[in-house]
Design a protein around this ligand. Sequence first.
Ligand code: FE2
Length: 184
Amino acid sequence: MFDLERFMADCHAARSKRSPQAAVKEIVARAVAQPSDVEQALGTPREGQLITLYRSPDLTILNLIWAPGMSIYPHDHRMWAVIGLYGGREDNVFYKRTAQGLVKAGGKRLETKDTVILGEKVIHAVTNPLSQFTGAIHVYGGDFFAAPRSEFDPDTFEERPYDAEKAKRLFREANDRLHAQQAT
Ligand SMILES: [Fe+2]
């Protein structure tokens, strides 16, 4: 059984470990190994959502629900992140900075039960390639909402300050599309 309070307490305690991200990866991997338990505790996904489960200056825990087909443009975090999937799939495209600007640098497909650590320099774009929801737990080694960071235009790769309102709008638009499809 997935106990959310226990999970958050474990992540909190992991901050004092020598490698907090490795300790958090173990905690998240253990949780998503039983994906239906996580879904039961967090609720069955019904629309795209970004839910803050925990937020402090050195730790943020989010429940991300990616709507079917939803994508987010390249962005960085400037802190380590651990991502674990308890449903669906996340296709990550990674980028690196070069003298010529941003260039693609590989990708990683995450399936249900997968867990990955993203280093603090990672720049990625994420797509849910499925026609069903993707449910993820994202843990960050800092205050995800307060730290200054960047997003990049998906076509020109032009860098600009991360706009949290725009990201929220992305979820609203994905849900609008979803509701429009459901109505037809
Ligand atoms: Fe991200």
